[in-house]
Design a protein around this ligand. Structure first.
Ligand code: CP
Length: 318
């Protein structure tokens, strides 16, 4: 990959508006951080807070690790004991953070596109804080998408012509939505599989739905999605769900693992439902990138945070 310019963005809320060369530059920068690269020392403290209104293990901790590695000052925020419980809006909470001197907020929230109110301001609004989206409702998960791209690039060194199957609870997955759009744009061929009731015709523009066992021998990447039970309230398929039969029909077991191409990989954003999407003893198998994805997430989030530091000229970066 050629040496590309550093990316500078005022916010990082979606991958949709990223140009392909910006995606490549962010991957290159994340690889630089992974090799031990650093940014110049900040000329003043930069304050960041992580506001997670939905549960998270890896994204929350990964962002905090990335922030600390970049030398940012992390200001704790606990939604369970905040004034959100007294009816404070996300916009007003952001005004609080801004008034206290916080420069950046990393947010995970159940509302689709919650960030619109924080970044597309009306003339009278003075909020001035960088927003990094750590997942919005059923919308996007840009940092997971970018770490997925890094992991695929690290293994194959290119995207063009790679065959990638996205399998499982696609309708409820913000990871899938971010990934299918960007993979298609980068030249990969996207396929889908899994329960047809969690597939929508809206995805046809990005790829083709096929039966799992037909896909497996020809795919380079099997991207498995978690069955998101917490998003199934009112879904009649949730009542009928049976983990064993899901695994039989749509999971990667040893037989399917052996049927994969020699150099093919398995990806999963986590958390994994063991013996549902993937046999438990395959989680740490050679083809499975689950741990690698989490490792890469720290370096990709450093690259994303750096892009916003530069976009907002914080700490002397630009
Ligand atoms: N992949 C992912 O978003 O995991 P967490 O919910 O644990 O952050």
């Amino acid at each position: 990959m050629k040496n590309l310019n550093l990316v500078a963005l005022p916010h990082f809320v979606s991958v949709e508006n990223l140009k392909n060369d910006e995606v490549e530059a962010l991957i290159e920068r994340a690889e630089y951080f992974k090799k031990g690269g650093a940014i110049p020392g900040l000329t003043r403290p930069v304050y960041v807070t992580n506001m997670f209104f939905e549960d998270s293990s890896r994204t929350h901790t990964s962002f905090e690790m990335a922030e600390r590695k970049l030398g940012l000052t992390v200001i704790p925020f606990d939604p369970a004991h905040s004034s959100v419980n007294k009816g404070e809006t996300l916009y007003d909470t952001s005004l609080v953070m801004n008034a206290l001197g916080v420069d950046l907020e990393v947010i995970r929230h159940s509302q689709n596109e919650y960030y619109e109110d924080l970044i597309n301001l009306k003339e009278h609004q003075k909020l001035n804080i960088g927003v990094i989206n750590a997942g919005d409702g059923l919308g996007q998960h840009p940092s997971q998408c970018m770490l997925d791209m890094m992991t695929i690039h690290e293994h194959f060194d290119h995207f063009k012509g790679l065959k990638v199957a996205i399998v499982g609870d696609i309708t409820n997955s913000r990871v899938a939505k971010s990934d299918m759009e960007l993979l298609t744009r980068l030249g990969a061929e996207v396929y889908f599989s899994g329960p047809e009731y969690w597939y929508s015709k809206d995805f046809d523009q990005y790829g083709k739905y096929e039966e799992l066992d037909k896909l497996i021998p020809k795919m380079d990447v099997m991207m498995l999605l978690r069955v998101q039970h917490e998003r199934h309230s009112g879904d009649p398929n949730e009542k009928k769900f049976d983990a064993h039969s899901y695994h039989e029909k749509y999971g990667i077991n040893h037989k399917r693992y052996e049927a994969m191409k020699k150099d093919a990989i398995i990806m999963h954003p986590g958390p994994i439902n063991h013996n549902v999407e993937l046999s438990g003893d395959l989680v740490e198998s050679d083809k499975c990138m689950f741990v690698r994805q989490m490792e890469n997430g720290v370096f990709m989030r450093m690259a994303m945070l750096e892009a916003v530091l530069r976009g907002r000229k914080l700490g002397g970066l630009e």
